[in-house]
Design a protein around this ligand. Structure first.
Ligand SMILES: O=C1O[C@H](COP(=O)(O)O)[C@@H](O)[C@H](O)[C@H]1O
Length: 240
């Protein structure tokens, strides 16, 4: 436990990417097994992007009854199910070893027409209990999930009085590595979890994380809306 900025929280510093993946997979495995023991079921919302995927592959190799585990992305790109930028598709590949695990999509298999959150909301109706774990990532602009600073849709997605759990956010500008509108879980839904974890790697992201802690919470740095909430602490996993 250590104090950073004005926030107390857990920081797990790992010496390298392998140790980061192992530590994250181990913690997620503990959280899943606790949920299975206590509730007979586990539901996790997992970051997409790139950073956590080695951890997901290690997690998937752990032995347990995966048929009682459901996974969804914290956010999804408005693309078809087989698109290379679809977070869910990448997760399905990472969890191939986890026989029987369930995936809850946030976007229809054919992402036709204007992006909308109706499909996601319909899937989330059955997942009203707190998540067992939420894994967040963070971009260099301090976005998390698809809560992109300064983007259309952000205000509703971070407003605790907004109805619903899922929102359309269109990053502005569109990130070159995944230039798509997004469906993201909102701030309140992401916080409603038995555990919140942020996974980041590299000195650049560590500096962003520290600068967010040192600043007042603001919609300009959406990850700070989690990191500054003492009522919903975030464990941070980091490696160079
Ligand atoms: O677009 C996204 O970016 C963030 C960060 O991704 P990373 O590749 O820098 O780890 C990710 O957490 C989010 O789920 C994803 O859709």
């Amino acid at each position: 436990m250590e104090s950073r900025g004005r926030v107390r929280g857990v920081l797990v510093e790992c010496p390298d990417a392998g140790a980061f993946a192992a530590a994250l997979a181990s913690r997620l495995g503990e959280l899943i097994d606790r949920a299975l023991t206590e509730r007979g079921r586990a539901v996790l919302a997992l970051a997409g992007g790139r950073t956590p995927f080695a951890a997901y592959r290690l997690l998937a190799a752990q032995a347990r009854d995966w048929s009682r585990v459901s996974l969804l992305a914290t956010d999804e790109r408005w693309v078809d199910a087989d698109h290379a930028h679809r977070n869910e598709a990448e997760m399905r590949r990472a969890f191939e070893a986890a026989s029987g695990v369930h995936f809850v999509p946030l976007v229809p298999a054919k992402a036709d027409g204007a992006p909308n959150a109706e499909f996601a909301e319909a899937r989330l109706v059955d997942l009203d209990a707190p998540f067992d774990a939420v894994v967040l990532g963070m971009g260099g602009d301090a976005h998390t999930a698809s809560l992109f600073p300064g983007s259309p849709g952000l205000d509703s997605a971070i407003d605790p009085s907004s109805a619903g759990s899922a929102f359309v956010v269109t990053p502005q500008p569109l990130p070159p590595e995944a230039p798509h509108a997004r469906i993201t879980l909102g701030l309140a839904r992401l916080k409603r979890s038995h555990a919140r974890i942020l996974g980041i790697t590299g000195d650049g992201k560590r500096k962003v994380w520290q600068s967010v802690l040192d600043a007042e919470p603001s919609a300009d740095r959406p990850i700070g809306l989690f990191l500054h909430d003492a009522a919903a602490p975030v464990a941070v996993y980091w490696s160079p």
